[in-house]
Structures are given as C-alpha cells and as structure tokens.
Design a protein around this ligand. Sequence first.
Ligand code: GTB
Length: 216
Amino acid sequence: MPPTITAFENSPDRGRGQARDMRVRWALEEVGQPYDVRLVSFAAMKQPAHLALNPFGQIPTYEDGDLALFETGAIVLHIAERHGGLLPTDANARSRAIAWMFAALNTMEPPIVELGMAMLFERDKSWYAERLPMLQDRVRTRLGELSRRLGGADWLDGAFSAGDLMMVTVLRRLNTSGLLDEYPDVAAYVARGEARPAFRRAFDAQLAVFQAASRS
Ligand code: GTB
C-alpha cells in the first residue's frame, strides 16, 4: 500500500501550489514514491477522525502502515530518511541539509507568512500602510542573507536536497509580493526548484484537484 497524504478538497489558493501538501507531494515525487491523496473539507479537518491524525486540524497528514505523521518538516524528513535522493550520504552534509530544512521553516517562513497574512487580511485596517514596510523589510533582511549565502550557487549546500525543497516551497509564498524580484539570484533559485520534473508533477497533481473541484 502506498502512503496516503491529506490535502484540501477545495484549496483556497486556487491550485497555485501554495498549500503545504505541495512540499510533501514534491518530496514523494523526488524519491519516486507513489502515493494516495485523501481530500478533506475544512469541516472534516476539525472532526475527530482527522484530529486523531493532526491535533491542530490541518493538512497535510501522512499515513504509511501504522505510522501517522503531521507537520510538513517531520513528513519531508521522514520521506528523505527512508528513500535516497533528498539527503546526502555524508553524515555532516546530511546534518547541514537538515539544518536548511529547519532554517526554511523556523527562520524564513515566519516573516514570510506574517507578510502574506497581512497582505491578505489586513489591507482594510488603518494601520496597514504603516505596518507593511516593516513586514517587507523583515523579509528583505532574510532574502539578503540567503542571497549572500547562495553566492550564485545552484543550491544551498552542494547537490539539491530536502533543505532546498523546503526553502523553495517557503520562498514561493512570496510570489505575489514582488519582493523576490529585488533578489534575482534568489528568484532564479526558486525557478530552478520549480523547473525540476518532480516539482512539475507535484504541481500538476494538486492543480488537477482544484480543476476537478471547479468543474463539479
Ligand atoms: N506547521 C504545519 C505544517 O508545516 O504542516 C502547518 C500546516 C498548515 O498551515 N496547514 C494549513 C491548514 O490546514 C494548510 S497550508 N489550514 C487550515 C486550518 O488551519 O484550519 C497553509 C495555506 C493555506 C492556504 C494558502 N493559500 O490559499 O494560498 C496557503 C497556505
């Protein structure tokens, strides 16, 4: 039996691959592991059956035999540890790739999500115009630091790894912010990730869900 992941039945991102099942799909595609998808509604995500898989009532979850996981960091790490291709074999390089996964989730993602939330939900607030530059500058700081570390390299630390996979999915959340354009090397890094055949397969699979939901 292939593993089963959960994803939005009707994703609010309209198939742009911004929901976090995208990073799990991409990891599974990179390692060549077929998978099933169980689509869940917002209401179902808060029901006991789903809460048993994810206590926070969120997607994605991952089930494989008697293992059930939540949190994309844990899921992608699990996939990367059990299959070849997403983590280096050298022990130190492997630890550095895992550090980049944490950096994507703990250092890059919080200010990016905060900016995205403000742009989505705070536009009509009196404080929006004053707050926006501060949120943008926090993201710029991280993009500048990332750009300096990349230093023109294709990937963060040698060959493509789960660290890059996680970083690219996090950076993609800036797609509509205009900020990536200010850092052409980081934008090129994201584009390199998106050009990988495994990314394309994962993207097309989640887009097909949105297209089917729109037809019904
Ligand atoms: N830390 C968790 C992880 O990494 O797994 C976060 C999981 C998470 O945020 N899941 C979201 C969710 O289930 C979906 S991805 N939300 C429903 C809820 O909390 O009730 C976040 C997301 C949603 C929509 C867009 N979008 O429309 O662009 C982008 C990202």
